[in-house]
Every structure is written in C-alpha cells, then in structure tokens.
Ligand binder design. Structure first.
Ligand SMILES: [Zn+2]
Length: 330
C-alpha cells in the first residue's frame, strides 16, 4: 500500500475536473495535464490519502478566490460536500478515528480530511463544525491567513490564530505546518502540545525558500513524533539553479528523503505528500510519473538509492499509518 498525505482532490473538482474519472480522461486545466483520478489511486494501490479542503484567496491570477472568511467557508463547504458524496458512494472511505486507519491495501482508498489554510475558521463554532464534518488535520496558513503568517508572507500566529490553535488542540486535531511562515511555525510549536506534521514540504537546505523546512524545523517536527511528506512539485524539488534546465526525477525526491534521514539519523519521520494535483500537472512533477498510479515505482528508485526494504516500507506507507494510528482520536 502507498500513503500520500497531500492531494487536493475537491479543489480540482471546483476547477472543472471530474476526479472520479482516470486522469487520462480529465481535461487539461490551465495547461496542466491531470495525473490524479480516483481510479488511478486504486490502480496504484494508494490506500490512504490526506484529502484537502483548499480555499484559495482571491488574487489577480485567481479571481474566483475568497475575500472574506464567510466566502472561504462557502468554498470549504462546497469541497466538503463533494467529499461527503464520495463517502456516501463509497468511492472514498472516511478515516476519522485511529481504529479506521487501514493497515494494508484493501482495494479502497481511505481519506483523512485536511483543511489547508484556515480562513474558513471564524471562531470556536467553526472548529467544532469542521471536527463534526470529519476534518482531522488543519494547516492554519497557506499564504497569510487571519490566523498565521504563511508562504511568502511572513509573520507569527495572530491572536485569532492562537485561540484557534488551542481549540484545535482541545479537540485533538493534527496541525499541518507545511505552509506556516517560520515565525508562525515556532509560535505554534511553543503554544501547542498537539501533534504536528508537514504534509507536503521539502528541505530548505536543498531548495532555499521559505516554503521548505529548515533542518531545525525538521528536527522539531520529528521530536514530537511528527512526519514530513516530501512534495513532488518540481519547484520544491530542484535546486533553483536547475529549475527550468531539466525535468525533476525520482532522484530529486530521494535527495530530499535522504536529507531528512541524514538530519534525523533514521527514516522514521519521512514519507510522501505528493501534492500531484495541487495546481500542477504532469510537466511539473518527476518525469517517471505519468499518473499517480506510477508512485509504486519510487520503491525501486529508493532501493537503487541505497534504502533497505524496511525503510522503503516506512517511507511509502508505514510512517503515515503509524502516525495517524497513534494521533487520530481513539
Ligand atoms: Zn499546499
């Protein structure tokens, strides 16, 4: 079984893709060739994913985005509804509790809902709303939100962010640190005792931007038992000088995996969070990937890269399985 801790399935539905179809039958959107459809997940034995509710703020390049928390909530509700339809149709199986985490591939794709960017959370009531709806992981930022500084927009946790983080802790949510600005990251770790992951983040030592994790951040996540999912977007894989000069490959994914292992001295806290459908397409991911069904080929590449069977198993599934089995509500 393969576990992928970051896919933006419902977001792609709102962009006009029928994600219930294989990627090959989905339309090209914004020049991106789709690589993810639910049938591809099954073909690739991707048995567990973190599936996001991703609300994008309005910008000149994304005029359909939200400008107020109420609009963010409306977008979140639309995406949540799509997941509920998939759960009802048994095209995806919801995972809300530790006991529901699959241990091996059972012919179905299970999904943990992850709210990426928390502007839809307007107060305590909304924290409860998302919990009751089955969301179990929350990233307070994408770019800056009302809660926290984010990618490309530095800053710490706001007062609202502090309240929200504490409320999330009380209900047992997992925090996703992937898009937190550096200051917000450290604020969060100081404030909360809850489990922290980076669902889709790479190493700043290899790709020096604020979207990646410094070695100190990698150590801090691991010291709490968290896991880091390596992101497959070429811009986050390739050293800036090589971006645009060659396609990314599995060797680049493995360089980031190796770096996390080197920093921590083990392969217990690194896995994958591919982001394969996060506003990118086949041209922006490792060239070995035609669709997400090709993820299993990473096992051979890891083997060739010197990883043993046990570590490969950890990286492709067991680290996430162990994390969620330990940290989702009982
Ligand atoms: Zn993201």
């Amino acid at each position: 079984m393969i576990v992928d801790a970051h896919l933006d399935l419902a977001f792609n539905v709102t962009r006009g893709r029928d994600v219930t179809q294989p990627a090959e039958r989905q339309p090209v959107v914004d020049n991106e060739i789709a690589t993810v459809g639910l049938p591809d997940l099954l073909e690739g034995r991707v048995g567990l994913v973190c599936a996001t509710i991703f609300c994008e703020p309005r910008t000149s390049v994304f005029p359909g985005g939200y400008t107020t928390p109420d609009e963010a909530m409306a977008i979140a509700s639309t995406q949540l509804q799509w997941y509920e339809q998939q759960f009802t149709a048994r095209r995806l199986i919801p995972v809300r509790r530790a006991g529901e985490v699959p241990r091996q591939f059972d012919g179905r794709t299970h999904a943990i809902l992850l709210l990426e960017g928390a502007d839809a959370i307007r107060g305590l009531q909304d924290v409860h709303h998302f919990y009751d709806a089955g969301v179990r992981v929350v990233g307070l930022a994408w770019k800056r939100t009302a809660h926290a500084g984010g990618t490309g927009e530095p800053g710490g946790l706001s007062e609202l962010g502090r309240q929200t983080a504490t409320q999330l802790d009380e209900l047992g949510f997992v925090h996703d640190a992937s898009h937190l600005a550096e200051q917000a990251f450290w604020d969060l770790l100081e404030l909360t005792a809850g489990p922290v992951i980076a669902s889709h983040s790479n190493c700043r030592t290899l790709v020096p931007t604020d979207r990646q994790l410094s070695d100190e951040m990698i150590r801090a996540i691991a010291s709490r038992g968290g896991v880091i999912g390596i992101n497959f977007f070429h811009k986050f894989l390739l050293p800036p000088a090589e971006l645009g000069t060659r396609p990314a490959t599995f060797a680049d994914v493995i360089a980031h995996v190796k770096h996390v292992c080197d920093v921590l001295g083990s392969a217990r806290h690194v896995a994958i969070g591919t982001d394969l459908d996060g506003g990118l397409g086949r041209g922006q991911v490792p060239q070995e990937i035609h669709t997400i069904a090709d993820l299993h080929k990473l096992a051979d590449a890891l083997h060739d890269g010197g990883f043993g069977d046990e570590d490969i198993h950890r990286i492709l599934s067991e680290n996430w399985i162990g994390f969620f089995a330990a940290h989702l509500p009982k």
